[in-house]
Design a protein around this ligand. Structure first.
Ligand code: HEM
Length: 144
């Protein structure tokens, strides 16, 4: 059972992190594109988020929570690395929600409006750093 839950958790992680890194990168490129190309990029961003990144997020969280309930309340209460991991995961989730809101705003506004490239570059880098922290907490499991 544990193998199945962990397997689907990790499939979700690959889709979520891969999708989110790509989503934030394309939003960065979007800011430099000619207005004529922007509606097409908005379409690609929306499809990527709806078909890959959001399903990856749902799989990761659902199977992660299922793993916790499978291991039980005592396991969770002593797994301090997991508590830190959940704080970092919350930050990733917050950035994902923020980027989703921004992408929908950009899709609605005029293609010639000025966009903030530095914001998307900074968020892309932050997601990468959070991902490194989360994976190392999960694999090294310090403070056990
Ligand atoms: C709400 C979100 C999440 C929950 C509840 C959760 C929960 C868990 C649990 C309970 C395990 C099993 C630990 C063990 O067997 O000792 C696990 C493993 C793992 N998680 Fe998550 N996780 C979440 C999000 C993530 C994210 C976003 C990533 C990556 C960026 C991630 C990466 C991993 C990895 C790499 C493992 C394998 C660790 C190993 O067995 O060596 N998790 N997670």
């Amino acid at each position: 059972m544990r193998g199945w839950l962990l397997g689907f958790h990790l499939i979700g992680v690959i889709l979520w992190m891969g999708g989110l890194m790509t989503f934030s990168r394309i939003l960065g490129y979007h800011t430099k594109e000619a207005p004529s190309a922007r509606p097409r990029l908005s379409f690609i961003e929306g499809r990527l988020n709806a078909l890959v990144t959001i399903p990856g997020m749902v799989l990761t969280i659902a199977f992660g929570l299922w793993l916790i309930s499978f291991y039980g309340a005592h396991w969770f209460s002593v797994a301090r690395w997991m508590h830190y991991k959940l704080v970092l995961v919350s930050a990733v989730l917050f950035i994902h929600i923020f980027l989703t809101i921004k992408q929908r705003q950009i899709q609605r506004q005029s293609p010639s409006d000025k966009l903030n490239r530095a914001l998307y570059a900074a968020l892309h880098g932050t997601i990468g750093l959070l991902m490194i922290g989360i994976v190392l907490l999960a694999t090294l499991q310090p403070m056990k």
